[in-house]
Design a protein around this ligand. Structure first.
Ligand SMILES: Cc1ncc(COP(=O)(O)O)c(C=O)c1O
Length: 388
């Protein structure tokens, strides 16, 4: 028997990391001590109070039933209170907050609620691939807008052709940004909101990295801007903030109609997240900031170790105090794939080629700081010994 894949899967961009995986495997088989700086998955464990909250909640038979589609009221209230404390944003837990099974789930499902066949969704490039994929699954057409160094890796919305603007339903933004480690300014968000209102375009903001800041300046939320709630929905996650990538818990907040639309999709495709995970999520959202400061200090130290090694080699990592990623230009004369290939072959270090995040990422590579500090120190040593 032969089963043909649906067109929506056939048209997905090729898996650019396949060749990289093959080379990593080859090195491992040769006995090389490979250091993988490719994946953005925190190495540190989930804080113990969160684990204990799950253990307790799992014992409660009330939690063994189907959860609520939109999330437990107590979880939505905890999200609303967290947004108030962190960003001074008022969110109604009943209408402006929905629980997600990880933010990826919400990002992928959101276009199903608002995109018609043939509508355009404006996606950044380079970017987290799910913006584009969710668009394709919903029958929409992704239009990519490049994030360029000369624009501080912010999209130049003025450069988007009028016919695309006319057909656009959603624009995705993601700051603090994966993969570039750039951050947004208030002015950027204010202009974006004005533009989106003028053209009747939904702003979908992915703020998954808002708590991974290494200095005194805290990243902002688009919802802090006047009038944002008229046009914007924000996706957020407990994954990166609390080392909870495996737990699958996040939230979408903001414009009531947008939250409701996403909720309608979810009601029809999933049955919510396990209540016990949501209870653990409540514990996470109420954790003292001092605990998170310890985590930020670790990422800060790691960033310093790695950026100084890269600079000794003459490379130019982007100056940044947000996210656990470093975005670096490849040396003259190399493509992203060539240089990342050299790092594997000559230093046993796996990094992500920039073009894996979109064409505009060509000429860059990304390092993730989510490995133990001593491994990063070792990686830094190997990088310093490379001859370019
Ligand atoms: C920019 C961005 N958004 C969303 C996610 C998804 O996170 P999660 O589904 O774990 O909440 C990721 C994960 O890497 C990400 O990098």
């Amino acid at each position: 028997m032969a089963f043909e894949l649906a067109q929506r899967l056939k048209v997905l961009p090729p898996y650019l990391f396949a060749e990289l995986d093959r080379r990593k495997q080859e090195k491992l088989e040769q006995g090389v001590d490979v250091i993988d700086l490719g994946v953005g998955d925190p190495d540190l464990p989930t804080p113990q109070p969160i684990v204990e909250a799950l253990q307790r909640a799992a014992e409660n038979p009330d939690n063994h039933k189907y959860p609520s589609y939109v999330g437990m009221k107590a979880y939505r209230e905890a999200v609303s209170q967290w947004y108030k404390r962190r960003f001074d944003i008022d969110l109604c837990p009943d209408n402006e907050v929905i629980a997600l099974i990880g933010s990826k789930e919400g990002v992928a499902h959101f276009p199903l609620a608002f995109v018609q066949e043939g509508d355009v969704v404006i996606c950044p490039d380079p970017a987290y691939p799910v913006y584009k994929i969710g668009t394709i699954f919903a029958g929409g057409e992704p239009y990519t807008v490049p994030l360029k160094a000369e624009n501080n890796f912010l999209p130049d919305i003025g450069s988007i052709p009028q016919d695309i603007v006319d057909r656009a339903k959603i624009i995705w933004v993601n700051y603090p940004n994966n993969p570039t480690s750039a951050d947004a300014t208030e002015d950027f968000y204010k202009d974006l909101i004005k533009w989106a209102k003028k053209h009747n375009i939904i702003i979908a903001s992915d703020n998954a990295y808002s708590e991974i800041y290494l200095g005194d300046r805290k990243p902002i939320s688009i919802l802090q801007m006047d009038g944002a709630k008229d046009v914007a929905i924000e996706f957020h996650s407990l994954s990166k903030t609390y080392n909870m990538t495996g737990w699958r818990i996040g939230m979408a907040v903001g414009n009531e109609e947008l939250v409701k639309g996403l909720g309608k999709v979810k009601t029809n495709v999933d049955s919510g997240q396990f209540n016990a995970v949501q209870e653990a999520g409540i514990t996470a959202l109420n954790m003292p900031e001092s605990e998170l400061d310890k985590l930020r200090a670790i990422y800060k130290e790691r960033r310093e170790v790695m950026t100084s090694a890269l600079r000794k080699l003459g490379l130019e990592p982007l100056e940044s105090d947000v996210t656990f990623y470093i975005w670096i230009k490849v040396p003259e004369g190399y493509s992203s794939a060539d240089f990342v290939g050299r790092l594997i072959d000559e230093a046993g270090i796996v990094c992500t080629p920039g073009n894996g995040f979109g064409d505009a990422g060509e000429g860059y590579f990304r390092i993730s700081l989510t490995v133990p500090t001593e491994r990063l120190v070792e990686a830094a040593k190997r990088i310093e010994n490379l001859k370019l």
